[in-house]
Write a protein that binds this ligand. Sequence first.
Ligand SMILES: [Fe+2]
Length: 503
Amino acid sequence: MTDPAPYRNGLVTLDREVVLDSLTVQGRLPSWLEGTLIRNGPARFEGGERGYNHWFDGLAMLHAFTLAGGKVGYRNRFLRSNSFTEAEANGRISRSEFATDPCFPLFGRIMATFQPPVTDNANINVVKLAEGFAALTETPLPILFDPETLETLGVTDFQDDLKGAITTAHPHRDPETGALYSYLTEFSLTSTYHLYRLAAGSRTRERVASMQVERPAYMHSFAMTEQHLVLAEFPLVVNPVRLLTSGDPFIRNYRWDPERGTRFQLFDRKGQGHLGTWVGPPLFAFHHINAFVDREGAVVLDLAGYEDARIIDFLYLESLRRGDPDFPRPTTWRIRLHPDGETVERQVLSEQNVELPRVNESKVGRPYRYVWGTANRVPGHFTDELVKIDVTTGEAVSWYEEGCFPGEPVFVPTPEDDPSVGAGSRSRGGSVEGSPSAEGESWSSSARGEGAEDDGVLLSVVLDARASTSFLLVLNAATLEEEARATVPHALPLGFHGQFYGG
Ligand SMILES: [Fe+2]
């Protein structure tokens, strides 16, 4: 019988921390590709005798693939968060994670009611802040690390008084100014979303807008256009009192309430506050793909969506390791918030499903053409292919190899000054991106530069379940043809997100 979960060895604890100077490379790496891919994800799935419940709970490990001089080095280290060090010291799970709570002795349970030990297990993403590189999760406790050694440097804080218990590990960076945008949810009897801007080089978050809310939604990411921030309040919502008093793990306090529909909350990026609420059909998503304002003035939001929030249940480790042919596939949706201030239009952008989506960073918030991501081909086989979708036509190309399970593909653009890339090689479209343009010109600017949008490579860490190894896969981002792979001689746990830092 076919194994329903052949990716299972990507969900096993990896305790080894190694430094490998030179991985075996097959194929040819582009000569311009120099820098480090830093990836984050769970790598220890137990605390003492007890297992964590959910894929999102595992203790964070950083992985660095360094590309230089045609060689690929690899190293990995656990993040020494309080969640990690306390679990090691106590020999048991010690902090409340996404879907796992510590088992307290009676006294500890009473104390925990008043002061729950919040997780700082920053296992989702990485970002470059003013103070340095930081690992991120959905509690606002970024943990700094050394990008070369991956050594943990400690929790950093901001120099401001913005408050909130929950955030997103998916801040957006403005491609022109380098400012980061994100949001916080402050829980109270009446809770508040705070949207903020963090200027490049700054440690002070500036409030862009705040909005009070009775039942905050679980939102793993949000959307940004050149003018707006958009919170898509999926109808997975929580009563904040329950969150404080139930004693249940974080996500188990949220309820699916489809009658609410999905409430799209539009905010002005320049300080004009909340611009309106559009109510659309109930849906759920972890990941927005991109957003922009179209020629009619509508706000367009593309996302990897689901009909409901059951996907969270399928990602419990027990379920994932067992495998399930009914594992939900996302739908690639385009949502259009009509300028009439009310109408929500939804269309399927492509028959190709996509998750862990990435776009060319220069296109964030703007009209764009391509999204890359993982996808599911064989029912139940989780993420078993990489895809590129042309969102203007819905057409897709893919990379697939039986027994291989790729992670999020990170797009790295070919440098404009690369001497090895002549004009002929740029025939896919060629020209340099349009310079920052006025609002009315942004569409034509994009159209002019569309050929260059996919000029680069994709980097994805792939689990080879047959060999029980993992490899860094380098694909031509335009065609998804393989350029090279560099193999780590053991399997790496399936991770979440990463970034490439050139040079
Ligand atoms: Fe994510």
